[in-house]
Write a protein that binds this ligand. Sequence first.
Ligand code: NDP
Ligand code: GDP
Length: 365
Amino acid sequence: MTSPIEIVNMSPQDYRNRKVALITGITGQDGSYLAELLIEKGYQVHGIIRRSSSFNTGRIEHLYKDAHENPKMRLHHGDLTDSTCLVHIISKVLPTEIYNLGAQSHVKVSFDMSEYTADVDAVGTLRLLDAIRTCGLAHLVRFYQASTSELYGKVAEIPQSETTPFYPRSPYGVAKMYAYWITINYREAYDMYACNGILFNHESPRRGRTFVTRKITCAVAGIHLGKQECLYLGNLDAKRDWGHARDYVEGMWRMLQQETADDFVLATGEMHTVREFVEKSFKATGKTIRWEGSAEEEIGIDDEGVVRVRVDPAYYRPTEVELLLGQPAKANEKLGWKRKVTFDELVEEMVKSDLVGVAAGDVFN
Ligand code: NDP
Ligand code: GDP
């Protein structure tokens, strides 16, 4: 690794040419795909992981194996709630790019753990930005902030773009709004290269199992294999713009390769209901679902007349984001970014993967 003494004598261009990335949230869905992409692009990748009594590196196991075997990736224990460790890690790694993907990322959980969500998602971003300055790297490091379509919340216009006003509807959305603005503030106040990626929902076989898409595909696989009887869901009418996580991490990287820092929406420009996601998932295993009843009484029945989907109001949110639909024109134009995986391909890949995982009794998280 390059030492701080060597850095002092480097030109900014030589510093950047080192291609060293630091990822918070590397153990998560996006972190794992981003680490793969950056290693492929010749980066030295460093990740911050939380100490856990249980195993939390399943998604990056194939990349990590052993630091001796794979010197392209290094992991450091740390936490976004601990500024001292952030300063230590940044001063040791001397990154050229930092991707802040670490977060308490579940909207429903944020209602139960609102203070913690604010601490990690909002103040954590501030801690990280400040750690960059403390290390004297404000003009050398490029910074990516994982902003979210949850900022739009109660949407002011359809579709939503970089200019649509925000109206967050959860402690998660509100915390991410602070992170969004503090990123812009540091860009303007300290001339940092700092970007917000306003990403609409993106999924994959590595999505956490408590998010609705993965919950559905795991259950559909379990039902197909006779291991589960019924799937319990909340709001079936919610509409989301769902893309594939692998496409979205490519967009994150592109945001940090521009002349000047800017904020971008990444989305598919297509919207589907939770109900449609359920139907498509069952279809991938050869089942048709028909719906009966309404609201809390609604049920989904398969071809054999067995009830496979029920509504459980426990999954309703105190305030819901009813619909999200993104307008990715700016990213299309300026980043040359476009999603590759379609909605149907996404659902099929997730169901297929869960059929294998559930059969083997081996699924992420
Ligand atoms: P995940 O929930 O899969 O991953 C979150 C990551 O953050 C995990 O690595 C987790 O570690 C880590 N983390 C949680 N708390 C802390 C903490 N206190 N300190 C350091 N790290 C922490 O999320 P995704 O990969 O799906 O999302 C990545 C980012 O993008 C998140 O910030 C999310 O809010 C945002 N986002 C995601 C969207 C999506 O549709 N996926 C849409 C828009 C934004 P551990 O494994 O130990 O839990
Ligand atoms: P979000 O868009 O970040 O909140 O991602 P989620 O995957 O958690 O939720 C997407 C939408 O699905 C939201 O409108 C939820 O209310 C809705 N939904 C319906 N049933 C469920 C469920 O059982 N779990 C989750 N997580 N969401 C559900």
